[in-house]
Design a protein around this ligand. Structure first.
Ligand SMILES: *Cc1c(COP(=O)(O)O)cnc(C)c1O
Length: 374
C-alpha cells in the first residue's frame, strides 16, 4: 500500500488543529511606537513586548546604524571562532552591573540561552524542579538536559517543598526554575522563599527575567533574561559568577554552535541599557499604565506590565480579539496549548508609550462587552 505523502499527513494534522481553533497564522505587522500598521490599518497595540519603546528610540537606532556601517550586517561566525565583536565586552559588563553579578554571557536569543544553560548545568541523575508556568524554552532546556523534571503548581511553595523533600536526596544536583514575571499571567514568583529552599535543599535557583526590566534583587544565582523585549533589540543573556560564565563558554552548546549576534543588535542593546540608566522614570511607566487599566476594570491590581483578561473559552478570546481589532486595538488572544484548557485570555501588555486615553478607550470596550469572566 502506498504511504500517504508528507504533505497529506501534515494537512490532516492542520485540520485537527483548525477544528480546535489552534492553528496559528502569520500576519504582516509593522510597529510604529505603540501603534502598528496591519492590513492597511493603524492599530494601538497592547501586544508588544517592547515595554519601553526602545526598539525605535533614536539613540538606539543611531547606535545600531553606526555598528552596521562599521562592521557590516552579520557576525560571520560563532563567538568562539571570529564572531566575538568587541562590543560584546561592553554589553556583558553593563549587564553584570545591572544584575549585580560578577559576570555575564550574551547568547543569540533568550530561547538559546535557556536551552544552552540548563543542560550545561544538570544532566542524568540530577533533578529539575520547574514552576508549572515557566516558559516553553525553560522546559525545552530541562528536557534536553536529561535530568528528572518535576513541575510544582504555579507559585505554590508548599508543593515545591514537598517535591524537594520527597525527591532531592535521590539526585545528585538540583536546579529550581522560575520566572521573575510570568509571561502569560503577569504575576511574580516568591523569589525570597525559593532562594531559601535552594539553600536548605542544596539546590541552585535559576530565574528567567524576560519580562522584568529592573535590577531586581534575589533572582537566584543564575539570572537569565532577554535583550529582545524591554531592551528593544535582540539576544539573550545569563548573569552569574565569573566561574559560571567561564564554564558556559565551553559547555553551553547553543552558545558554541550558533553564530554570534549581528554587531548592530549588540550595539543597540548597549545603547538601550544606556537610556534605561539615564531615564529610570521610564521603567516605572509600564507598570503604572497596567495598574491604571486594572483599576478601570476593577480587577486585581497589576503586579507587572502584563495583565491577562481571562475569558475562558478559546472561541470567545478569538472573537474578542477580532472585535478589538475592528475597533482599532491590537490585543492578542492567548489560547491552549500556550495556556491551560479553559483559560484562554486576552493578554494586555503595557508600554511606557501608552497614553491614558488609549487605556481608557480599550477598558471601556471590555466593560461594555462584559468580557471579564467571574
Ligand atoms: C520571550 C521569552 C523568552 C525567549 O526570549 P527570546 O529572546 O525572545 O528568545 C524566554 N523566556 C520567557 C519567559 C519569555 O517570555
Amino acid at each position: 500500500m502506498k504511504m500517504p505523502a508528507l504533505d497529506e499527513i501534515l494537512q490532516q494534522k492542520l485540520q485537527v488543529l483548525e477544528a480546535k481553533s489552534q492553528k496559528r497564522i502569520l500576519r504582516d505587522t509593522v510597529p510604529e511606537g505603540v501603534q502598528v500598521m496591519r492590513g492597511g490599518k493603524r492599530l494601538i497595540s497592547f501586544s508588544g513586548n517592547d515595554y519601553l519603546g526602545l526598539s525605535q528610540h533614536p539613540e538606539v537606532v543611531a547606535a545600531a546604524r553606526a555598528a552596521l556601517e562599521k562592521y557590516g550586517a552579520g557576525a560571520g561566525a560563532s563567538r568562539l571562532v571570529t564572531g566575538n565583536n568587541p562590543l560584546y565586552g561592553a554589553l556583558e559588563k553593563t549587564l553584570a552591573e545591572v544584575k549585580n553579578t560578577e559576570s555575564a554571557c550574551v547568547f543569540g536569543s533568550g530561547y538559546l540561552a535557556n536551552i544552552g544553560v540548563i543542560p550545561a548545568l544538570v544532566g542524568a541523575g540530577d533533578l529539575i524542579l520547574a514552576d508549572k508556568l515557566v516558559h516553553a524554552c525553560m522546559i525545552d532546556g530541562a528536557r534536553l538536559s536529561g535530568a528528572t523534571v518535576l513541575r510544582f503548581a504555579h507559585n505554590n511553595l508548599e508543593h515545591c517543598r514537598m517535591l524537594l523533600s520527597a525527591n532531592r536526596s535521590e539526585h545528585h544536583h538540583c536546579l529550581i526554575l522560575t520566572e521573575t514575571v510570568f509571561s502569560m499571567d503577569g504575576d511574580r514568583a516568591p523569589l525570597t522563599e525559593l532562594a531559601a529552599f535552594a539553600k536548605e535543599f542544596d539546590a541552585w535557583l535559576m530565574t528567567d527575567d524576560a519580562h522584568g526590566f529592573s535590577s531586581s534583587k534575589g533572582e537566584g544565582i543564575i539570572k537569565m533574561g532577554t535583550l529582545s523585549k524591554a531592551v528593544g533589540s535582540y539576544g539573550g543573556y545569563v548573569c552569574g559568577s565569573k566561574i559560571l560564565i567561564e564554564y558556559l563558554h565551553t559547555a553551553a552548546r547553543s552558545f558554541i554552535y550558533s553564530t554570534g549576534l549581528p554587531p548592530a543588535a549588540v550595539a543597540a542593546s548597549i545603547a538601550a541599557l544606556g537610556v534605561m540608566k539615564k531615564q529610570p522614570a521610564l521603567l516605572e511607566k509600564p507598570l503604572a499604565n497596567a495598574k491604571y487599566f486594572a483599576q478601570l476594570l476593577g480587577i486585581a491590581d497589576a503586579q507587572s506590565a502584563i495583565v491577562p483578561v481571562i475569558v475562558k473559552e478559546t472561541e470567545k478570546a478569538l472573537a474578542a480579539s477580532a472585535l478589538l481589532e475592528e475597533k482599532g486595538f491590537l490585543v492578542a488572544a492567548i489560547r491552549p496549548p500556550t495556556v491551560p484548557e479553559n483559560a484562554a485570555r486576552l493578554r494586555f501588555t503595557f508600554s511606557a508609550l501608552h497614553e491614558q486615553k488609549d487605556i481608557e478607550a480599550v477598558a471601556a470596550i471590555i466593560k461594555e462587552q462584559g468580557w471579564i469572566a467571574s
